[in-house]
Design a protein around this ligand. Sequence first.
Ligand SMILES: Nc1nc2c(ncn2[C@@H]2O[C@H](COP(=O)(O)OP(=O)(O)O)[C@@H](O)[C@H]2O)c(=O)[nH]1
Ligand SMILES: [Mg+2]
Length: 297
Amino acid sequence: MRAGFIAVVGRPNVGKSTLINKLVSEKVAIVSNKAGTTRENIKGILNMAGNQYIFIDTPGIHKPKHLLGEYMTYSAIKILKDADIILMVLDGSQEISTGDQFVMEKVLEAKRTPRILVINKIDKLSDEKLAEKRKEVVEKLGEFDGIVEIAGEYGIGLGKLLNTIDPFLEEGIQYYPEDMYTDMPVYRIISEIVREKILLKTRDEVPHSIAIEIINVEKRETGKDLFNINIYVERDSQKGIIIGKGGKLLKEIGIEARREIEILLGREIFLDLHVKVKEDWRKKKPFLKELGYFDEN
Ligand SMILES: Nc1nc2c(ncn2[C@@H]2O[C@H](COP(=O)(O)OP(=O)(O)O)[C@@H](O)[C@H]2O)c(=O)[nH]1
Ligand SMILES: [Mg+2]
């Protein structure tokens, strides 16, 4: 067996989580068009042709505005030191920005780690634009051990990406059993599914202000288990938005989340969602700790 830990980093929204889900053919990380969707490092494991690829999805590297943001950027940067291979992902349909250059600075700090640049979303690019992009990459970011063009969402270029990673895998190692595709505990995945359904239905500051906590699960010998879940927001007004007129939006969120959780668990459940206000929770250390969004370092 050959294996390696592959850190997948980049600015928010470039398509890191979409790529990893596609690579492992399972939804390990939630995806939305909102920056800040991924809040912690998540492993997606792919076993193929005697190779074990352990992809580590990371929060987008950005300038933090609160303690949660600090934790997110810190998590992404920290993993760069431990990875065997770094994939830096760009949104090919956008100009290379100071944000991408900031990510690159961090990548360069892991001096000896092989680094591969992934130009994503090429479905949005003409051939001419793509050629320009290749030039721009070398001018604005510097040298890589490989450059691969993909459209993660459509599974384009993934074989080429794996081939580019292969030479850097380490011989004689298997880190995880072959039937394991993530290290995320199932309750964490359930919380993330609920959060995703809210992200997809809200905008502005609301998506960033949400936290999910499973309060308890009532196991029932006969019938369906009951999941009691709290949705935290930062303001009263946000609570109103999530509940919606006559409770309409919260009901929709509940139905969509429940369907997906039932597929994950392979059985039917009851889902009881409650919206609670915790003022400015993203700035509060004890609450961040409780949610698992904290690292003493
Ligand atoms: N057109 C296009 N959109 C993509 C592609 N990959 C991801 N996206 C979209 O980009 C947005 C951000 O994706 P996500 O995976 O959450 O980005 P992340 O923040 O880097 O993890 C979502 O709306 C995706 O549907 C792609 O290959 N092509
Ligand atoms: Mg993500």
